[in-house]
Design a protein around this ligand. Structure first.
Ligand code: FAD
Length: 317
């Protein structure tokens, strides 16, 4: 079922989660173990992130260094299919521009269509560590709005080979990313909103936001979107603090601010057990405030640990 239909048919704010594929070589059981305790809160959908290849240098005999490409967390599509097979829930694979030619993207989407997966989150992806800025694959997409357009065209029965006859259109509901605190590469908020609107104009049906710890950032972002003609549902993404290290890691990786009150609270904690308690409490407050504003769904970034999400969901849903 298309996610926008699920949202439209619900009278109350829905609950959803994002999970990461396990590290290569680990069992899919770890995924089921993290979803199982959350099923009682009836998630409307489960997002599964996509992780592209990274390059590492391995020391070989004779002392020379070999550049090796590795994917630490493969399996997004397989995990989505397994989730939909095991639970009554929609799985949403993330698909990215980075590392894909347009043809590879088309073939990946055909796989998803055959598997009965109706929802995708379309993203550009980040640059790989050895690149200063994002470089598309030759014959691949540079920006998420180009990827959205390709998916939307497949939904209209237009594949890359325009001589194909009697093709079956796909039926993807397309989500895209939005940044209440601005995407780090955007020169200003207005240009970021302009390109977000380009994703919607290309055919995207809903937005999921980057995590934020201050709800006013989300409310301002939604207002800015609405003022600029973006009318699709905007789903807030939330994350709980679980370790003290995240005080520096989260702003560095996700380019977000930590409110001073939360910063002080986490700083005071003696260990990560206490940090988790602070993180859960903060997230419950955030969730309850967002709930009062009738947001369409509360989307939680579990990042491999469902325990904290479970505690929040128990209080909120
Ligand atoms: P885009 O929408 O393409 O935007 C990228 C930047 O380019 C922005 O600054 C935008 O303003 C600008 N821009 C867009 N179009 C143009 C244009 N035509 N001309 C000039 N500037 C333009 N990454 C992963 O690798 N795997 C995941 O599973 C994943 N999941 C995510 C889930 C969510 C909810 C979010 C918020 C992010 C996720 N990411 C993931 C990270 C994401 O890939 C990065 O943030 C990436 O840097 C940008 O992706 P985007 O789709 O927002 O890019």
């Amino acid at each position: 079922m298309q996610l926008t239909d699920i949202l439209a048919n619900s009278k109350k704010t829905l609950f959803s989660i994002e999970i990461l594929p396990p590290l290569k070589g680990k069992s899919i059981q770890s995924i089921f173990d993290s979803i199982d305790p959350l099923m009682e809160y009836k998630p409307a959908f489960v997002d599964v992130t996509y992780h592209r290849e990274e390059y590492v240098y391995k020391k070989r005999d004779g002392g020379y260094l070999e550049k090796v490409s590795i994917r630490k967390r493969p399996g997004t599509v397989g995990i989505c299919a397994a989730i939909m097979n095991k639970y009554p829930v929609e799985a949403v694979p993330h698909i990215i521009c980075g590392g894909f030619t347009k043809e590879e993207t088309e073939n990946a989407l055909i796989d998803l269509h055959f598997l009965g997966i109706d929802n995708v989150l379309a993203l550009r992806g980040d640059s790989i560590k050895t690149e200063a800025a994002f470089i598309p694959e030759p014959g691949g997409h540079h920006y998420a709005h180009d990827l959205v357009r390709q998916i939307d065209e497949m939904n209209q029965g237009k594949y890359m080979d325009d001589e194909m006859k009697e093709v079956e259109p796909t039926s993807f509901c397309i989500g895209v990313a939005g940044y209440p605190e601005k995407h780090f590469e955007a020169p200003n908020m207005f240009s970021d909103i302009k390109w977000l609107k380009a994703k919607i104009d290309a055919g995207a049906n809903y937005i999921v936001t980057q995590m934020f710890f201050d709800n006013s950032k989300y409310f301002e972002f939604v207002k800015l979107c609405r003022d600029n003609g973006i009318t699709v549902p905007i789903i807030p993404g939330l994350k709980m603090f679980t370790t003290k290290k995240q005080l520096t890691i989260l702003p560095k990786i996700f380019h977000i601010d930590i409110p001073q009150d939360l910063y002080e609270e986490v700083l005071k904690c003696k260990d990560d057990k206490q940090v988790k308690e602070v993180g859960v409490k903060w997230c419950i407050q955030q969730s309850k405030e967002l709930l009062k504003e009738n947001v369409p769904c509360l989307h939680y970034y579990t990042m491999g640990s469902s325990e904290a999400t479970s505690k929040v969901a128990k209080e909120v849903f």
